[in-house]
Every structure is written in C-alpha cells, then in structure tokens.
Write a protein that binds this ligand. Structure first.
Ligand SMILES: Cc1ncc(COP(=O)(O)O)c(C=O)c1O
Length: 495
C-alpha cells in the first residue's frame, strides 16, 4: 500500500540492524560489570590528559559515526576519567557510591522512558507513589503527608522552603510576589547549615539577609539560646520569623541539631519546621543511632537524598511535606493542555493530582525505579546495617587518628564524618593549612584516596565522609599510613 502513495523518505533514530546494536549492548554490559567489579584495583582518580580534554572542544557533529566508533571513544576518553566515587577509598564531600542494581535499573527506566511528571494509570507513577509511602513510614510521617522524588536535596530544600514561605506568609504570595514592606520574613538555621538553604532563600526572592545564621555549640549543633534570642529580637524589630531549619547531619561534621527542641520552639513560636536531612536522616534506619534524629518525625517538611547515604546512582532525592494540601497549593498549576483528573480510565482521567502538582518540574524521569528496585533487592534492614557499618568504620578511623601522635582530631565523629589534620611531632602551626592542603592533593594525585578539605574554626582540615558501601577498615589503615608518609615528606621539603 505504502508504495502506491509516494511517501518521502522518513527517518528514525532506531538502528537499521538491531542485531549489531544488541551485540554492542552486550559488550557494554560486559564492560560495565568489569568496570564496577574491578574498581578496587584502580586508582581512585586520575588527571584527564590535555590531549583528551581537547577531544571535548570539537564542534557539533553534522554527520553520523558508527555506534561502535562512538562507544570506542567513550571507552578511550570518558570512562577512564571518572570522579572516582564508586571507588572504596573515595570519601570526599558527601558523595555516594552507587550500586550495580542501580546501574541496571537506570538502563530499564531509560528503555521505558516514562514521564513521571504526569499522566496516570502508567506504572512509573504507581512505583513513585509506593516509594513515597515507604519513606513516609520510615521517617515517621503521617499518612496524610505528601512527597516527591527530586534531583537531590538542593531541589528538595527549595520545594520544602517554598511551601513554608507560601503557607506562613499572610497574603497570597504566589499571586502578589514579595512585598518588601509586607514580607520581612526571616528564617533561622545554624551557621553550619548547607549552602543550598541560602540558595533556596535567594531563589524564593527573600534575599540572603533573610537567613539568620545562628552560632553553634561545641558539638556544632545550633545554639538553642542564641536561636531563641534571635527570634525574639527579630519580632521586636518588626520582622516576621517563619521557619527554622534543623540539620540532621551537617556537611562539615555530621552534627545533628536537637531536632526535638527545635520542633518545640517551632510549636511555641508558630514557625514552620524544616529538616535538611540530606544524609543524616538515614540514621533513622539504624537502631543504634536512630535516637540521634529523634524529632525528625515532627518536621513540617523534610528533605533527604537517596544518592548519598542510600548508595543509589545520581540523581535522586526526596521531599516529604506533612500537609499534602500545603504542598499541592504551592506548586499545582493546570493549564488547559494539561487538564487532568477528569474521570474515566485513560491516562488523564485518573486520580488527582499528578506529581507535577508537587514541584517545579513538569517533565520528570522515572527516578523511582532505581529506588524501588534497590530497596526490594536488598531490603531496608541491609541498608540499616550498611549505615551502621559506615559509622563503625569512621569510629575505627577516629581511634586510629587519636592513637597517631602526628595527627590531631579536630571534630569527633558524630555520625559518618570525621575531621582531622596532620601536625607532625613538632607542629609549626603557621604551616599546617598548607601542609594539609598538599596532603589532600597528593592523596588524590597518587590515586590512593579522595578526601576533601574544610575549614573548622579557621583551620584547614582533612575531612572524611563515609557514604561508601565498598569501604573496608583496611582502607583506613592505608589512608593513615599514606597521610603520615606524605605529611613527613612535605614537612621536610619546606623546612
Ligand atoms: C546537608 C546537605 N544538605 C543539602 C545538600 C545538597 O544536596 P544535593 O547535592 O543532593 O543537591 C548537601 C550536599 O552535600 C548536604 O550535605
């Protein structure tokens, strides 16, 4: 039939020959499994040579190349130079490890290519609804609460705080925007709170000066008296305090604020209680450390990640909001071309609302699949054990630091993070910042380990954040050995 109609040639991105693509796909799977299973034998990180960087400065390809060539280029120029966080000795910043099932589930979700922003009666939204229900239960949120998977905790914080701003303002802020004279809204968090909170406040139009940075106590937790004083002072001066952000695991030291006390203050002062629990909220699944995050279940909104301490591949985080209606009222917007909930069995006729009614993204990938498959594959108890294992490993490292005279413990391990520095036997305190910077760089460049640096009480220190399910205690023995070796060499060099 088609021949009679004189159609023009029509193209597709599908291959002419599925069998050869299938062969290439099988090779990719083999290479991926080799890449993951042999990771311990490789350096954690290595420099990208200039010759390779140059390959990424060519202009956009106009004509096709064979799939084999494209893949070979990936093998040659991309795969050998990762950021290193799947390696057992990567402990920089707070970066998760990923998992083999996570990798496979990404392949499956890309094959389905479902848009989880909307539509109903397709499997992706039901999977996401299920994992949100699981998280509500784990975090102790009530069944009437709502949630959304996000790109990460920065997005989750923005969604949580936007909801807080909208609910706590005394006029229709979605419609009228920020009135400087009406909106002297202020938000409170410790000076150790993550920068994504400030970014959120700026994006929300309140300005970074609306964020009151409260001092911390000796355990790097928010100082409750200083907090109460700041709220009192602001009210007196005509500001409108609207929210306290509690940290369940600060980035620098893993400190957990007294969340119960913060929930009490919020209740007394009629403030919204948001918790940034990017990684520390997962203490909740380890019976030993669960008491540290007591009070988290009282939050009005709570942000956390799955790609950090739940070892799932980037990107996936989550926001939970205690009152579903508040959440939806902050984000739902339904133009005629997205009308939904009209009844019937079709993809637009089902239950209100869509996931796009709970966040700023309309189109959304099928992030829920990797979460669902990972949790089903291992069960939450295993994740709880891994989290406890990471904590125990960091306690082991802390002991090593304390028993090594050339090292100084700077911030004790409250969870899975420890900060310390090399001081040598006869420390010259004016040189320690430089020396520790050099140690951190040399560890990376030699491919032994990746740590990061941070500033604690004006000193530059080494920081280990363990969100790594591949780490073993022997890795920390090696780390200490190498730090002493490098520190000794570097301190002699500059004498
Ligand atoms: C405590 C805390 N909050 C928020 C974030 C931001 O999370 P994400 O990188 O997933 O956007 C981080 C990132 O490290 C963090 O440590």
């Amino acid at each position: 039939m088609a021949q009679d109609k004189n159609y023009t040639i029509e193209e597709t991105l599908d291959p002419d020959d599925w069998d050869s693509l299938r062969t290439l796909g099988h090779k990719m799977m083999d290479d991926v499994f080799d890449f993951m299973s042999e990771v311990r034998g490789r350096p954690v990180w290595k420099h990208i040579p200039d010759s390779v960087k140059k390959q990424f400065r060519t202009s956009i390809p106009m004509e096709p190349e064979s799939s084999d060539n494209v893949y070979n280029e990936f093998l040659e120029n991309i795969l050998p130079y990762p950021s290193g966080n799947i390696h057992p000795r990567f402990w920089g910043w707070v970066i998760g490890t990923g998992s083999p099932m996570g990798v496979l589930s990404e392949l499956l979700s890309a094959a389905m290519n479902s848009n989880s922003g909307g539509l109903d009666h397709h499997s992706a939204v039901h999977v996401e609804k299920q994992v949100i229900e699981w998280f509500k239960e784990i975090m102790g949120f009530p069944s009437k609460s709502s949630g959304l998977l996000t790109s990460g905790c920065s997005a989750s914080n923005l969604i949580g705080l936007t909801t807080a701003r909208n609910v706590m303002s005394n006029y229709d802020i979605r419609k009228e925007g920020i009135h400087p004279e009406k909106t002297r809204m202020t938000l409170y968090a410790s000076e150790e709170i993550h920068s994504s909170i400030q970014k959120a406040i700026e994006l929300m139009g309140l300005g970074s000066s609306a964020l009151r940075s409260i001092s911390v106590n000796e355990y790097f937790q928010i100082d409750l008296n200083a907090l109460k004083e700041a709220i009192y002072r602001d009210r007196k001066e005509g500001y409108s305090p609207f929210c306290i952000v509690g940290a369940a695991g600060t980035t620098n030291t893993g400190a957990i604020d007294d969340l119960n006390a913060l929930a009490d203050i919020c209740k007394e002062e009629n403030l919204w209680f948001h918790v940034d629990g990017a990684f520390g909220s997962w203490a909740t699944i380890s019976p030993e450390v669960k008491p540290l995050v007591k009070g988290i279940e009282r939050a009005d909104s709570m942000a956390f990640d799955l790609h950090k301490w739940m070892y799932m591949p980037y990107e996936v985080g989550c926001i939970l909001i205690r009152e579903e209606e508040n959440h939806r009222n902050s984000f739902s917007l339904t133009p005629s071309y997205l009308v939904h909930g009209t009844g019937g069995q079709g993809m637009t006729g089902g239950d209100l609302p869509w996931f796009s009614d709970y966040g700023f993204q309309l189109s959304r990938g099928f992030r829920a699949l990797k979460v669902w498959m990972s949790l089903k594959e291992h069960g939450i108890n295993k994740y709880g054990r891994l989290i406890q294992q990471n904590i125990d490993q960091v306690r082991y490292l802390e002991k090593l630091i304390k028993s090594t005279p050339k090292l100084e413990l700077i911030a004790p391990a409250s969870l899975n993070i420890v900060c310390f520095r090399y001081i040598g036997l006869d420390p010259d305190y004016t040189r320690l910042d430089d020396l520790n910077k050099k140690i951190e760089i040399e560890l990376q460049e030699s491919g032994i380990a990746v740590l990061s640096l941070t500033l604690i009480k004006n000193d530059i220190v080494l920081r280990v954040a363990n969100t790594n399910h591949r780490t073993r205690r022997e890795d920390f023995d090696l780390l200490i050995e190498e730090i002493i070796k490098i520190g000794d060499i570097e301190s002699h060099k500059s004498e």
